[in-house]
Design a protein around this ligand. Structure first.
Ligand code: NAP
Length: 309
């Protein structure tokens, strides 16, 4: 152990991220009497807190609001003793016996670590996107949808998120355009059925965004139809981007990842570094859902217990 680490508190388990994976790891680790620190830069609950409703988590027949679910997770994790600190993770040094995490609130140490930092929204990288972010361009329909009452909005993407949030936006907006680059949606059939039959949603198939335009705030989107290459203007008040996600692993070195930056783990959530586990959306996996994140978190925590034993 370095002299620096010797002076500081060393937790049994440091969990990076307070989403369903991280907080489930905290619940399981806490019940196993581990001394646990959870680091999170946003509110507890992770990405699901920006979803209006969580409809497919077992045990909630009527669904539950994303924010409430996050609050429940936090309450449960702290009941079992986890300490949660709000901090931005800058770097993780995972190779020694004692793992060190550098954050905006200082350095923290653990004997084991669960990386559960999830993913962040992917951007399109087209002109106007960065400039108009927060001025008509949004990545969160639940947060910003109510600002677009009786307005015209576009949603970009064809996956579960884009379709689910486009449907949500019909509560506020008069007209919703779904701009998708292919002629088939990626979303599950249940969501597809709803959107294909919605009278206030128009799907622009085989269409991509070339740029966003607006003087002070978003005024129009320049779109291109891929089949005939025609360019057109789509006047809108808001645009919601749901074109997939990228893993939050930029702070992490020395752990094996795939070409996209997802952490490679065993079925038991072990990474390539002993004592470092990964759980939830941040790892390479088949199904990224709240229920699978929670399951990963439970396994990761029990593996951390076993590692310390
Ligand atoms: P996703 O499934 O990866 O879908 C991303 C969509 O964006 C795809 O339709 C993709 O088009 C499109 N896209 C990607 N890059 C693009 C680009 N540069 N320009 C234009 N379009 C682009 O992402 P997601 O919808 O955020 O979902 C992420 C994960 O969460 C998935 O596993 C999903 O099942 C899960 N999820 C589940 C629920 C639920 O209610 N169960 C809700 C939300 C999310 P292509 O189709 O052509 O690739």
């Amino acid at each position: 152990m370095s002299p620096e680490a010797a002076e500081k508190k060393v937790y049994d388990l440091v969990i990076l991220g307070a989403g369903p994976a991280g907080l489930t790891a905290a619940i399981y680790g806490g019940r196993a009497n581990m001394d646990i620190l959870v680091l999170e830069h946003m509110m507890s609950g992770g990405e699901i807190t920006s979803s209006e409703r969580l409809d497919n988590y077992p045990g909630f027949p009527e669904g539950i609001s994303g924010i409430e679910f996050g609050q429940f997770l936090e309450k449960q994790a702290t009941r079992f003793g986890a300490e949660i600190i709000s901090a931005t993770i800058e770097e993780a040094d995972v190779l020694g016996d004692i793992k060190k995490v550098s954050t905006s609130k200082g350095d923290f140490y653990g004997r084991t670590m669960v990386v559960a930092t999830g993913t962040a929204p992917r951007v399109l990288g087209v002109p106007g996107e960065e400039m108009l972010r927060g001025r008509g361009i949004s990545f969160c329909a639940t947060c910003d949808g109510p600002f677009f009452r009786n307005a015209k909005v576009a949603v970009i993407g064809g996956g579960d998120s884009a379709v689910k949030e486009a449907l949500y936006l019909t509560r506020f907006a008069n007209e919703v355009f779904l701009i998708h680059r292919r002629d088939k949606l990626r979303a599950v059939p249940f969501l597809q059925e709803q959107i294909l039959n919605h009278p206030r949603v128009q799907i622009l198939w085989d269409t991509v965004v070339k740029s966003f335009y607006g003087e002070q705030k978003l005024e129009k989107i320049i779109i291109q139809h891929l089949k005939d290459s025609t360019i057109a203007e789509l006047p809108v008040d808001g645009a919601f981007l749901y074109v997939g996600r990228i893993p939050n692993t930029g702070f992490l070195k020395g752990v094996e990842m795939d070409g996209k930056g997802y952490i490679i783990t065993s079925e038991e959530m072990e990474t390539s570094v002993p004592g470092i586990f990964a759980a939830g959306d941040v790892r390479r996996k088949f199904l990224r859902q709240v229920v699978t994140a929670a399951s990963d978190g439970a396994i990761a925590a029990m593996m951390a217990v076993r590692f310390l034993e």
